[in-house]
Design a protein around this ligand. Sequence first.
Ligand SMILES: *Cc1c(COP(=O)(O)O)cnc(C)c1O
Length: 390
Amino acid sequence: MNFEEIKQADQQYIAHTYNRFNFCPDYGKGATCWDAAGKEYIDFSSGIGVNSLGFADPEWVAAVSSQAAKLAHISNLYYTEPCAALAKALCTRTGYSKVFFGNSGAEANEGAIKAARKKSFDQYGAGRSTVVTLVNSFHGRTVTTLSATGQDHFHQFFFPFTEGFVYAQANNIEDVKSKITDDVCAVMMELVQGEGGVLPLDEDFVYAVSRLCEEKDLILIVDEVQTGVGRTGRFLCCEHYQLKPDIVTLAKGLGGGLPIGAVLLNEKMADVFGYGDHGTTFGGNPVACAGAQVVINRLNASMMDDVLRKGEKIRARLAQVGEVENISGKGMMLGLQLKTKKSGEVAKACIENGLIVLTAKEKVRLLPPLVITDEELDKGLDILTRVLEV
Ligand SMILES: *Cc1c(COP(=O)(O)O)cnc(C)c1O
């Protein structure tokens, strides 16, 4: 199919949940991709924080394709090596005791909410099931994770939503305290609110929430679906805060391009699920797990430092652009507040000029592949600067 035929079929047959950009990449390598006409694009998006190793990383391709040729899927009723090996690698790397694998961020958060509610039920009985989340958060698109999402405009049309979520102001510990009634079992938050506008939480606030959870025996869930797996220059963003939540969820960057989500459970939570309490058909798929293992192995200490360095480089370059009001975020998860331009229009102009960027509310959001080269970074920053300075 040529581009016009692709667009025509897409618009005719795919449910209209995405108003797509006029762009159809055909193949890629590292942080660069090309459309069928051979036009080059620098990638500052990684999908949405998914392609941690960029496009077509040779080691990732080899692991995934040899696993696909060997054994692509078998049900979770049986053991597989990629699933066991990935679980071991993830738990060893993060210090967590056990992991449950799903297929997406929303599913990982659903698993985390179920784990928290069950733990509380086992210990305290019924009626202690409310989860406090933060205003402006984003936790996913299922009916329950929409409930968990602290943004009113996601709470439309799909009634009735799952009960048992209340929202507290981020960086306002008094507001969190006021929401901790006897029916609360857990607090759930992102350390850098991603979709909400790339907003990192204050360190003091994070410590205070963590102390409060200890005091009240509440389960602390940190949603690292976007911040996790090296995105902020540490394997977990929690490491920046010396934070050890009871549950951490991962997804986006974990599989390096294949769908996978993970619920990490600490020692206290390790045995919360018994046989048959939770499940999934696809979760822990051998091909996805083989890809994720490559991602984890590659994210060593020097790679993490390089992510921090490249994040600083992006900040330093863009701080000199007059249109940029300020830059938020951590590592290579960055949000640009603009003075006069609209983020959506900037993203559109970037595509026309050969650069893929994202938006988060009124901000331009950058999530480049963790492996992006300095040359690709320079090329992309040149394009972005030109677009912003027009
Ligand atoms: C993207 C995202 C989700 C949802 O992940 P899906 O894979 O789209 O279900 C949940 N939480 C955060 C913080 C995210 O950024």
